[in-house]
Design a protein around this ligand. Structure first.
Ligand code: ZN
Length: 305
């Protein structure tokens, strides 16, 4: 009778502690579900009353994110030209969105939001570090400027909205279009013809040749003349000298090009860029008379051709 009493306690009571060995042997024969049967009851009862707290995060997010994000990923590949494309050569793209370009660290630039091709920037960073070890600071004054930026610069001068060096308003002083274009070309390139379109060229430290004749400027320039080529950088607008001086822009001691890339772009420009391609800005018709490709695009340091 005692045994049955204890078993009954175990089955219906569940939590009784058994102390004797003989009774424990009997207990082990009792099916386990008696104990586990307790589990579902408290768990279910402990669910929060407001079950939307569980269902909301599981259902909503996947639907909201999948479809809208897939399309824009493919657009840039189609939209942005490569270095051998006429659109690239003439700067008709947005460097801020082009996948080959990178935004530069503002600390190395004269003003924020500058861009270069990725490999060009990587080479610049190496050169900058090497220069810094010798106490020379390299600061980028200008990097990529696309066609649209160059058009603004050009037309400001063309229309007299801005004067050229010396305070001359070209719209008033120079009615002849070819002469007017040539005057602007002393200081600024024609939209579509600038190497700054390519993301390979940079202006360093100062935009006056005299800066590089003494003090810090001299030291920097001498260091660059000796070392820049080890990082791929070359002067583009060298001094015009000798019996057959180069044509094109005047000497610019600040303008350096990353030759491994710009040489490829120039070779392609030589093949496909024509004076007739210059369109879409005031005075574009002068390109043919000036022979902008031959005299300016190709009128550079022979080492860069
Ligand atoms: Zn420049």
């Amino acid at each position: 009778m005692h045994k049955f009493f204890f078993l009954a306690l175990l089955v219906f009571g569940g939590s009784c502690q058994i102390n004797t060995e003989s009774t424990a042997t009997q207990v082990s024969k009792i099916p386990k579900p008696v104990i586990t049967a307790k589990v579902p009851v408290p768990v279910k009862d402990s669910l929060p009353l407001d079950d939307t707290a569980f269902s909301e995060p599981n259902i909503q997010p996947p639907k909201a994110t999948i479809t809208p994000q897939k399309k824009p990923i493919q657009v840039p590949k189609k939209k942005f030209p490569g270095i051998l494309d006429i659109k690239y050569i003439t700067g008709k793209f947005d460097q801020r969105k082009h996948p080959d370009f990178v935004r530069l660290d503002d600390r190395y630039c004269a003003y924020p939001d500058m861009y270069l091709r990725k490999e060009v920037y990587a080479a610049f960073l190496k050169m900058r570090k090497a220069a810094q070890k010798e106490g020379i600071k390299l600061k980028i004054r200008s990097a990529t400027r696309n066609f649209f930026t160059q058009k603004r610069i050009w037309e400001n001068k063309w229309t007299g909205k801005k004067t050229i060096a010396g305070g001359e308003n070209l719209a008033k002083t120079t009615k002849n279009h070819v002469l007017r274009a040539k005057k602007i070309l002393r200081y600024s390139s024609m939209p579509g013809s600038s190497r700054h379109h390519w993301g390979t060229d940079i202006d360093l430290n100062d935009l006056a040749n005299s800066y590089f004749e003494k003090g810090k400027g001299y030291k920097m320039y001498q260091w660059m003349l000796k070392n820049a080529k080890n990082y791929g950088f070359y002067l583009v607008y060298t001094e015009k000298k000798g019996p057959n001086p180069r044509t094109g822009y005047n000497e610019e001691r600040w303008h350096w090009t990353y030759l491994p890339t710009s040489k490829k772009i120039l070779a392609q420009a030589k093949k496909i860029l024509k004076d007739e391609d210059f369109k879409g800005f005031h005075g574009a018709e002068t390109a043919k008379k000036i022979h902008i490709v031959k005299n300016y695009v190709l009128g550079i340091n022979p080492d860069c051709l």
